[in-house]
Design a protein around this ligand. Sequence first.
Ligand code: SF4
Length: 317
Amino acid sequence: MDNVSSYTDIEAFNDLRNCVICPRACHVNREKSHSGYCKTDASFNISSICIHTGEEPVISGPHGICNVFFSHCNLQCIYCQNYQISQNGTKISNYGTIDKITEEIINFLDKGCKSVGFVSASHMVPQMVMIINSLHRWNRYPTIIYNSNGYDSVETLRRLEGIVDVYLPDFKYADNSIGLEFSNARNYTDVAISALKEMYRQMGAKVITDETDTAVRGLIIRHLVLPGYVENSKNVLRKIAGELSPKVSISLMSQYHPMGKAIGSTRLGRPISAEEYNSVCDEMEKLGFVNGWIQDLDSNTEYLPDFECEHPFERSA
Ligand code: SF4
């Protein structure tokens, strides 16, 4: 059967041979090595495929979302809650052939999931496209959620127009220096603003939902409030309001909990306080954001995954 996507498997594979998939622009041949910043090759590099019911209500839907978690990342955030799989030295599980991966996803779709989320996909876009094309060959057309850290290439995003249904990016820092300190990306803010503008160009501000209140098209920007960085959070919201629109849907997250290298850190070694969170929520209201979700403050351990378990999100299910 033919590919139905406008981004074919052959094009996707070719893109891995001189990799500029993400803003790191390593120009390495991933068919032959994993020597780029993300240390992944041309294989599928998947750590987990599982149902997640703890995303925003419109993302999880009534039966949960089938999330495909890629290994490694093009950012190396020192506090990453997925550090077991996101650090670029970690072992990568072998999920086998494209048929096996597709069957596994279809298994979850048959259990009622309407959407497939590709998590930390910024460095794995060609492989993501091959999986989507494979689902289409099997006559399955779930809603495709692109769940990224915001450090995305505009060129790559342009190729995803008409393929991705819902963009779910983070916008982490309003200041490049914080991105360098915490995520090893000296131009995070500039890159993320350009990426968000491209997503907004494709989707606009309105999130379209189906009869079960599950998102089928749109843009939702996530922001995780960090302890001691309230001004950063406020500036993130100001930039979204100013450069995009206050009509964009925001998912404000309070779930920060010290993980990975942040454990014991003097700067990030604690959860956020109620005072910090309320101050960011007040700014959100002041700027006129009315669409989106504000996470409860007491959820800072509720959403922590354990990728050593077969069901990493069992405790939030
Ligand atoms: S996807 Fe990986 S190899 Fe390609 S440019 Fe980004 S970090 Fe480098």
